[in-house]
Design a protein around this ligand. Structure first.
Ligand code: PTJ
Length: 263
């Protein structure tokens, strides 16, 4: 359905449609719509904007990604549907891999999501380089590896299929960017000594609280913010008090009262 540009909830309705289409194509977990609805509710409370505290977290996460030796971007079903192209742009700038790592893992979903990423790669390449990028964009985008199909490694401290990952990706990574992560896996990755950078609209989720840096923002907005930070030059990582930034996020939610979403 074509949504007119003037519709105040256009972006939100388009995101919903991506999730509906992804579910019909068998790419998403059965509970993906519940997760999306929870995210939408928090985004509504935040005023559907990147708040000041989220901007600070984007700057810090970008600094840590830029200074990482072996960064990787971990994606699940919702992330590929909502922000796959944005994730590929960030991976191309960083020169890192994207690993499909699912909570509700089936080989069919992993291969379906990797096929979708391959389609998105073509679109990202053909739309040209983002402003500030120096180098051969087509080559940088072409070099991004999509991992996850043949897991050969386990995340220690986690039971079952969700512990499966690849050694070349999450296994050897020192820094992992994980949107919409689950709390247990986040805790296990932090326990392994990795830097875990989470994107989650819910500042009270276990992953938000467990992460090294939490970006309380919508996944596609957060990736766009990271891309722009990486391309404008990052500072070295700083001392970071994640809990105080999460509290600031909660304060910003209460300050959104009176703001009309879409404004
Ligand atoms: O694809 P899979 O199998 O890995 O499954 C993915 C889901 C998302 C279904 C699974 O990880 C899950 O059930 O997640 P949760 O526990 O519901 O957590 C999702 C978190 O992401 C919640 O805290 C939501 O607020 C948040 N969230 C949802 N949509 C967005 C979001 N954060 C940022 N941007 C969004 N668009």
């Amino acid at each position: 359905m074509e949504i007119p540009n003037t519709h105040p909830r256009k972006l939100s309705l388009e995101s919903r449609q991506k999730i509906v289409d992804g579910a019909m194509d068998g790419l998403l977990a059965d509970s993906a719509m519940i997760a999306h609805g929870r995210g939408e509710a928090f985004d509504y409370l935040l005023g559907e904007r990147t708040t000041q505290s989220a901007s600070r977290a984007i700057i810090e996460a970008s600094a840590r990604l830029a200074s990482a030796v072996n960064p990787v971007i971990s994606v699940n079903g919702n992330t590929v549907l909502l922000a796959g192209e944005d994730a590929i742009r960030v991976a191309a700038v960083l020169g890192c891999s994207i690993e499909v790592n699912l909570y509700y893992r089936t080989p069919e979903r992993v291969s379906g999501l990797i096929s979708l990423l391959e389609e998105q790669r073509i679109a990202v390449s053909s739309r040209g380089s983002p402003s500030g990028f120096v180098g051969d964009w087509t080559e940088a985008v072409g070099k991004v590896s999509f991992l996850g199909l043949d897991p050969n490694f386990r995340i220690l401290g986690l039971e079952g299929p969700r512990s499966k990952c690849t050694e070349a990706g999450i296994g050897l990574a020192d820094t992992i960017l994980v949107p919409l992560e689950d709390g247990d896996r986040c805790e296990a990755l932090v326990g392994l000594g990795k830097e875990v950078l989470v994107i989650d609209l819910n500042p009270l989720s276990r992953s938000s609280m467990m992460a090294s840096v939490t970006i309380v923002d919508e996944v596609s907005r957060a990736f766009k913010g990271i891309l722009s930070e990486l391309l404008s030059g990052t500072q070295p990582p700083s001392e970071w008090d994640n809990m105080s930034v999460l509290k600031e996020g909660l304060r910003e939610i209460s300050e959104s009262v009176g703001r009309i979403p879409g404004d």
